[in-house]
Design a protein around this ligand. Structure first.
Ligand code: ADP
Ligand code: ZN
Length: 781
């Protein structure tokens, strides 16, 4: 029924019989109640619907989050209920607990609930990627009529007999046992007209069905191997014992497995997962995206039969079909990157978060969740165990394990097989020959590369900067070219080294341009400084230049570069596979290379600008650098031959670099804890950032001041112990032509922080005039 304005109104007889609570995939914190017309009932919580919404009542997609029991009369409700117009999913996309998890994320991270739920389901699943419509053919007769049909109706139709017999032999006596039309044609060699004539005689029927077609993700040759049974060492044994007991008790708990690379952590994961599977449970293993190469997947495939894989190297239809396999309970073990924490497993017993300290577990879009923390929450909701693993646990996790005793600490202090830790060596780039040369590679590192290549070994080189050179710089004005949209310097890129499809500067002779790594804008590089007319110079090397140098200096070697310019996600899986096969000698790239990869033939790792990370004005820069250098060390010496790490730095005396060289995690943690405690920083406190942005700097400043005052008032009113710092420009003060300011909040408890922000969001007297995002537990400033 529609009213005068085309709005759908409930039947005149009174209250709607069914009312649901809906959230829309928009930046809105609220929920909305709608009636469900009888013909669309039932609707399940967690499924998508369409309902008139907003100005003009546009049909808008939303999720039903709750079916309301209590149906009020319109008079009691005080407003007229609108009705939904469509049900998109007949089945819920979420299990009950996942819906609960989604609501928790929305609440904890201040993310709009509709956007949060939408982010939990891969786009490929929502679109139904890879689902094809097929025609299914089946018999309309009963088995006891077969003979008479053959001897009468089909007596003289030889071709029709063949098709008919094939259907009879396949037992296709009903639609659900039917045969796909194209298969039937292939099997019998019949034409469409034969099928048509059988249909017109009423002997066979045809029905449409949808099937999900896709290539298998796990290749057939990854067969299950009853691998030579590895004898766990005593540390592994005691860790496993603890985990097995927790899994058997089926209770919620978190443990932190701390062990250097090659201490046998993955072996412990595998055994714990094995136990979970034996108990009839499922396990999810989260890995940083880059580590999801075929070698990792192969290692798990050799130990478990029913594996599903979710990562960005899959095609859309593969992603959908892997997801559907989990929905249909066909997988015991699920391996994936951050978002696999949302895999629709229904018998979850264990989540493993490998390399739990990795910054890539934090999502930098709405909802800004941390994969590790969501994994822990999910385990709590499902009475499952959460196992975090790392060689260099985050300060947060080690604090939770050691000081607060929230996590059980499990330690693997030795490398298995008594592999020695690789030799770490520092090259001081601030003095001697290297300081005065233009070379990116120190003499020491060049010699070491030569030796490794000579011995047929492989080399990994890390340079944490994309592009060709860091700045285009005027030596006289001391100014670098900056982006017109963002407050950052531009990076010089050579043509041909960037993503395909950007050859817009083909007429430019100098062959390069300056690109903004934040908004992607590109400009021609002027030859002379626009201010003084002096010739501009390129400063600071990027991965492109490194690649060029390597190709010049080591002409016999096969060199490849990995960074986000050189490839799309699907390619880097291939590149890493090529490297593990030995088809590449030197792999150069940005820090994505440092993560959890296992290449036994790598004997040398070089870090070219180890100081860059330390220079970032973020209180975690020391932690990042320590982790990076330790991770890098773990990339070498994993085979029979000993490994070597060469670190180029201009500050060889830096404590963090020294501690990393000695592999002294304890020393690092103790020092860092002391600093954080004194400065009242996480993990001793909780942090949140309110980031305001607007095109007008003036408005932004006024609004930041206004929000700052509001937060102060609320904090005072509620008696919260939260330090609210005055608004300051963000680390990148302008991005995409939009100015940004941060208000940093530091407090003793997460609960106080949420109270403050919740009150600010719903404050009636405050009207928000600029965009504000909240980043809870931010991991970068
Ligand atoms: P991590 O995950 O800590 O880097 P892994 O579990 O990958 O360590 O172990 C490194 C290598 O040692 C793997 O090849 C693994 O099969 C092997 N390994 C693990 N535990 C043992 C053990 N107790 N005895 C012998 N080999 C082991
Ligand atoms: Zn820019």
């Amino acid at each position: 029924q529609k009213d005068l304005f085309g709005e759908i109104v409930p039947a005149a007889s009174g209250p709607a019989r069914h009312v649901i609570r809906v959230v829309f995939n928009q930046a809105l914190m609220g929920t909305f109640d709608y009636g469900v017309p009888d013909e669309l009932w039932p609707v399940s919580a967690g499924g998508r619907i369409r309902a008139p919404f907003g100005r003009g009542n546009k049909p808008t997609e939303g999720f039903c989050v709750e079916v309301l029991e209590d149906v009020q009369k319109p008079a009691e409700r005080g407003y007229r209920l609108k009705f939904i117009t469509d049900v998109i999913d007949d089945k819920s996309l979420f299990t009950k607990r996942m819906l609960e998890l989604g609501i928790w994320i929305s609440d904890y991270y201040f993310a709009p609930p509709g956007q949060t739920l939408a982010a939990m389901i891969p786009a490929a699943v929502k679109k139904g990627a890879g689902v094809a419509k097929i025609a299914v053919i089946y018999l309309l007769c009963l088995p006891n009529q077969v003979e008479s049909i053959l001897s009468e109706e089909l007596k003289r139709a030889k071709k029709q007999q063949v098709v008919f017999r094939h259907l009879v032999d396949s037992g296709a006596f009903s639609a659900d046992k039917g045969i796909e039309k194209s298969e039937l044609k292939k099997a019998t060699g019949c034409s469409d007209s034969v099928i048509k004539s059988l249909r017109t005689q009423g002997i066979i029927g045809m029905e449409a069905a949808s099937v999900l077609k896709s290539l298998p993700v796990i290749p057939d040759n990854y067969a299950l191997k009853t691998s030579k049974k590895i004898q766990l060492n005593r540390h592994q044994k005691s860790a496993l014992e603890y985990l097995e007991n927790e899994l058997t008790e089926a209770r919620f708990g978190v443990s932190l497995l701390h062990g250097v690379t090659d201490s046998g952590k993955t072996e412990v994961y595998i055994r714990a997962i094995d136990k979970a599977v034996q108990l009839g449970k499922q396990a999810i293993i989260l890995l940083p995206e880059i580590a999801l190469t075929s070698q990792t997947i192969q290692r798990f495939s050799e130990r478990f039969e029913k594996i599903a894989v979710l990562h960005s190297g899959l095609t859309a239809s593969q992603r959908n079909s892997e997801w559907q396999r989990i929905v249909n309970d066909e997988a015991d073990v699920i391996i994936g990157a951050r978002s696999a924490v949302f895999a629709p497993a229904q018998r979850l017993g264990l989540i493993v978060v490998d390399e739990e300290h990795e910054a890539s577990y934090k999502q930098d879009m709405v909802p800004r969740y941390h994969g590790r923390d969501v994994a822990i929450k999910r385990c709590q909701l499902e009475n499952a165990h959460c196992l975090l693993g790392s060689a260099t646990p985050s300060l947060e996790s080690i604090y939770n394990a050691r000081y607060r005793k929230h996590y059980k600490l499990l330690e693997l202090p030795e490398r298995v097989m008594e592999l020695p830790m690789p030799a770490m060596e520092c090259v001081d780039m601030s003095s001697g020959e290297d300081a005065f040369s233009d070379e990116i590679l120190s003499r020491r590192l060049r010699d070491a590369i030569r030796v490794a290549l000579h011995n047929g070994e492989q080399v990994i080189l890390l340079l944490n900067r994309r592009g060709y050179s860091a700045f285009v710089f005027c030596p006289d004005c001391k100014e670098a070219i900056r982006c017109k949209n963002c407050d950052v310097t531009l990076t010089y890129h050579k043509r041909g080294g960037e993503r395909a499809g950007s050859g817009i500067l083909s007429s430019y002779k100098a062959g390069g341009y300056a690109i903004c790594h934040h908004c992607g804008s590109r400009t021609l590089v002027p030859v002379a400084c626009p201010l003084c007319g002096k010739k501009l110079v390129l400063k600071g090397a990027g991965s492109q230049k490194l690649e060029e140098e390597l190709k010049n200096k080591f002409s016999g070697a096969k060199v490849a570069r990995i960074d986000s310019d050189s490839m799309e996600s699907a390619d880097y899986y291939q590149m890493l596979d090529a490297f593990s096969r030995g088809d590449i000698d030197i792999l150069a790239g940005t820090q994505m290379l440092a993560k959890g990869l296992h290449f036994p033939n790598v004997t040398l790792v070089g870090v070219l600008n180890s100081d860059a990370a330390l220079a970032i004005p973020d209180f975690r820069s020391g932690e990042r650098t320590f982790q990076l250098l330790s991770q890098v060390a773990g990339r070498t010496g994993r085979g029979e031959k000993p490994g070597k790490v060469i670190i180029q730095t201009v500050k060889p005396k830096q404590t963090v670099i020294q501690l990393a060289m000695q592999g002294d995690y304890e020393g690092f943690v103790n020092r860092e804890f002391e600093i954080r405690r004194q400065l009242a920083l996480p993990p001793f406190t909780r942090m949140a950032i309110a980031r305001l942005s607007d095109k007008s700097f003036q408005l932004l400043e006024t609004e930041a001041e206004r929000l700052f005052e509001l937060l102060g008032d609320i904090s005072f009113r509620l008696g919260l112990k939260i330090t609210i710092s005055k608004p300051v420009p963000s680390i990148i003060p302008r991005l995409h032509s939009v100015y940004r300011m941060d208000i940093r909040l530091v407090g003793g408890s997460g609960e106080d922080m949420r109270k403050l922000l919740r009150n600010a969001i719903y404050e009636k007297t405050y009207k928000q005039k600029v965009k504000i995002i909240y980043d809870i537990d931010p991991i970068s400033m």
